[in-house]
Design a protein around this ligand. Structure first.
Ligand code: PMV
Length: 343
């Protein structure tokens, strides 16, 4: 019996960052992100009769190449959802996957990759059971979360919230939900240019990074601050106040890095060129009034955020002034997207 399911799922960029977690991938604080459009993973899962006795039998093929090094992460993921998906033990799985963004570009593929895989497996579960899930995306988000926390936010388009937060009664630690607050038009078409300062593997894995928040001297205050910032951002998203948006989002990015700089052991994940870019963005904003802001992931690359109406100006600013700081002058132009698609 051969069956297959195929999904394209985007990456996302957090505005209020998830950093720190409890067992079972429960976040220590709520977070919110923009789902992206052009940075995505496309995955096809083909299920076939099983030929070995192994608990799980699967292979991962990235762009036509078998990847045995992905096995531990996939096996761990299968183990986490197998109680709800007993068919994982009954078949052989071929997982064919492709990222739209270049290999080793420094773009985290775990959010797009794990959400695409969760969506495929849930589609297969429905097909095998001959029964629709009550809430397909909610379950997909829950499964994606078990694969990688931030992946829970990639199953919806636009602004997505994950983690219990008093300002949104429908929020939950176990799955993400589309942001239900009012959203000003300007944020519905926001752009994100990903500037590649450094390519290759990150020096701190995100699992190790979250672990650094255990016994961190500033952890409790930081977790509280994320709630406060989410509350402030809820108002900002409704009002369309770009200056307040930039102020909050930049502070969130720097706080994420400050947490790593003050952990034990400590890490500096920014590179000198990251700091040059941040300084140039702030100066440029002052000099020209262009509403252009930055955020960072747990790495050296810079996400440049701006409203679609400023795109031409920002593109020429990036080309003329920021490109010199980038690895081979490379950057990726992205924007807010609509969420995953069944292919
Ligand atoms: O999903 P993880 O475990 O890779 O954690 C990602 C954490 C950040 O990207 C730094 C922040 C976030 O909220 O996405």
């Amino acid at each position: 019996m051969k069956k297959s399911a195929s999904w394209r799922s985007p990456s996302n960029i957090a505005l209020v960052k998830y950093w720190g977690k409890y067992p079972k991938q429960i976040p220590a604080n709520p977070s919110i992100s923009f789902t992206l459009n052009d940075c995505y993973t496309e995955t096809e899962v083909i299920l076939d009769d099983k030929k070995t006795d192994a608990t799980f039998s699967f292979e991962v093929i990235l762009d036509g190449e078998t990847k045995p090094d992905f096995a531990p992460k996939i096996e761990k993921f299968f183990n986490q959802i197998v109680d709800e998906a007993p068919f994982l033990k009954e078949f052989h799985f071929t997982i064919k996957t492709h990222n739209s963004f270049p290999h080793s570009s420094g773009i985290a593929s775990s959010a797009s990759g794990m959400s695409a895989l969760a969506l495929c497996l849930l589609s297969l579960k429905e097909e095998i059971a001959g029964k629709k899930e009550d809430d397909f995306y909610r379950k997909a988000s829950e499964w994606a979360r078990l694969g990688s926390g931030s992946a829970s936010r990639s199953v919806y388009g636009g602004l997505v919230e994950w983690g219990r937060f008093a300002g949104m009664p429908e929020s939950n630690d176990e799955f993400a939900v589309p942001f239900t607050g009012k959203v000003h038009e300007v944020f519905k078409t926001f752009c994100d240019y990903v500037l590649l300062v450094e390519v290759g593997a990150k020096s701190v894995s995100s699992t190790a990074g979250h672990g650094l928040m255990n016994n961190h001297p500033f952890a409790e205050r930081r977790f509280l601050q994320a709630h406060e910032n989410l509350e402030k951002l809820t108002e900002i998203l409704a009002s369309g106040d770009l200056a307040a948006f930039g102020n909050l989002v930049e502070s969130e990015a720097l706080t994420l890095h400050a947490m790593m700089m003050t952990s034990d052991p400590s890490f500096i994940l920014m590179k000198p060129n990251t700091v040059h870019i941040i300084e140039r963005i702030r100066e440029h904003r002052k000099e020209t009034g262009t509403p252009v802001y930055f955020t960072l992931d747990a790495g050296a690359n810079v996400h440049v955020l701006f409203p679609a109406t400023a795109e031409q100006k920002v593109k020429s600013f990036v080309d003329s002034e920021l490109k010199q700081y980038l690895k081979d002058g490379r950057y990726i132009c992205d924007r807010v997207g609509q969420g995953p698609e069944f292919v």
